[in-house]
Design a protein around this ligand. Sequence first.
Ligand SMILES: Cc1cc2nc3c(=O)[nH]c(=O)nc-3n(C[C@H](O)[C@H](O)[C@H](O)COP(=O)(O)OP(=O)(O)OC[C@H]3O[C@@H](n4cnc5c(N)ncnc54)[C@H](O)[C@@H]3O)c2cc1C
Length: 324
Amino acid sequence: MAGEILVVADQTDGTVKRPSLEAMTAGATLAAAHGCGTLAVVAGPGAADAAAALGTHGAAAVVTLDVDTADRAAWAEAVAGVVSERKPAAVILAHTAVGKELGPRLAGLLEAPLASDCIALEAEGGALIARRPVFAGKALVSVTGTGEVLIATVRPNAFAAKENAAAGTVEAGTVAPATRGLGAVLKEILASAEKKIELTEAGIVVSGGRGLKGPEHFGMIEDLASALGAAVGASRAVVDAGWRPHSEQVGQTGKTVSPQLYIAVAISGAIQHLAGMRTSKYIVAINKDAEAPIFKLADYGIVGDAFEVVPRLTEAVIALKAQG
Ligand SMILES: Cc1cc2nc3c(=O)[nH]c(=O)nc-3n(C[C@H](O)[C@H](O)[C@H](O)COP(=O)(O)OP(=O)(O)OC[C@H]3O[C@@H](n4cnc5c(N)ncnc54)[C@H](O)[C@@H]3O)c2cc1C
């Protein structure tokens, strides 16, 4: 079938970001269902080194772009140039900060439809269908492109990143940057002093709510998260109270997470919170109120006092890890 599935990947120093590897795998799976080929486009210093990882995750060919990735407009224009030349059936990006900037820019440049934050991609009767949650995750909408190309961003952790042993040969080509008058210039990258796991990309998230009664009690959430190698999240009540930064807020007006495991501690389960975590694979709720709405969504529930349950859970995790 005409038209490849093109995946725009993000990398740093030659290492492809995990959400981009997930997007690559999602693209390769869609291409197999659609009966077409795959192409990855990767930009910036180290792009050539990133090509091999994209190949093992399903890219049959990789185009490297010689473009300053800090200049999102230039990056989008360079990708749009590849799209105009290769005429893919779909362009897939990870729904990360980068994907959220590039996706709409590409849609604008190519006058193409955009389906953002998708959790499923399918091929049906020759058409590509992207499914995305709406109404705070209560319903799924199916988006089918009416133009030549459909652009879709995929939610981190919604697709597994899988290495494909049957990966084709990677033929990296290079596209020079477009000549532009105005644009951002990358002067310096300052690494964050904090070595925190990015909430939206974490495989495990431990979130705390108002039932923890004060910021001083978040230490036990951090301890459990550290034992599990998880990111820390919070409900809006906690963020509004100034106990935790907004960057940790999960929900409708915070971040959307979709980890393998989401542990909600002393969180009631308001619809706006559920909107940000309901697609998590396994949900564990710890709440002293057996009637708390969070238990309706949870796969596993512990009715108990978080101040007793959480430290014991942390001890158990540490003991299990010590056993290897
Ligand atoms: C427009 C709008 C947008 C919103 N966006 C968001 C959003 O993005 N994210 C979000 O989270 N909320 C959001 N909210 C707020 C949301 O409606 C809830 O108010 C909020 O999620 C409640 O936070 P909570 O569960 O921490 O607190 P509460 O609802 O007060 O729940 C605290 C829970 O802790 C339990 N508890 C108390 N003590 C203990 C204990 N010792 N051990 C165990 N459990 C205990 C209680 O039983 C209770 O269930 C939004 C609201 C609006 C109107």
